[in-house]
Design a protein around this ligand. Sequence first.
Ligand code: SF4
Length: 127
Amino acid sequence: MEKVIRTIVRINEELCNGCGLCVTPCAEGAIELVNGKARVIREELCDGAGFCLAICPTGALSIETRETVPFDAVAAHRREEEQGVRYIQQSCFRCGAGEQKAVLIPVRTQGHSRWVCTHCLPRLIHG
Ligand code: SF4
């Protein structure tokens, strides 16, 4: 199988507490909980964009550059469609706006990993 050098998510098993918060932000469905730990189940599904990183409350997720299989956009799209019914819509923790109405960004605040919309983000930063 073809190998390339590219970015991909790395999961520190010792830091992972199995909360599962990183599963939903991964639109490609590359991350699942296996035996209570987050795992990249198929490396070709992980695009290495890192949208899952900020939501992890323990810092278990990072991005590394290493040799692996190429990202497979077709397989990721197929997986997205398969996962449609499992999808959990997120909302802004301040105003409650859902992602159909607002752009949401994962943030760390007051010891919690949360989603905030771009409307509320400046007030979160500046008070
Ligand atoms: S968000 Fe972090 S701690 Fe929770 S399952 Fe994912 S990697 Fe583990």
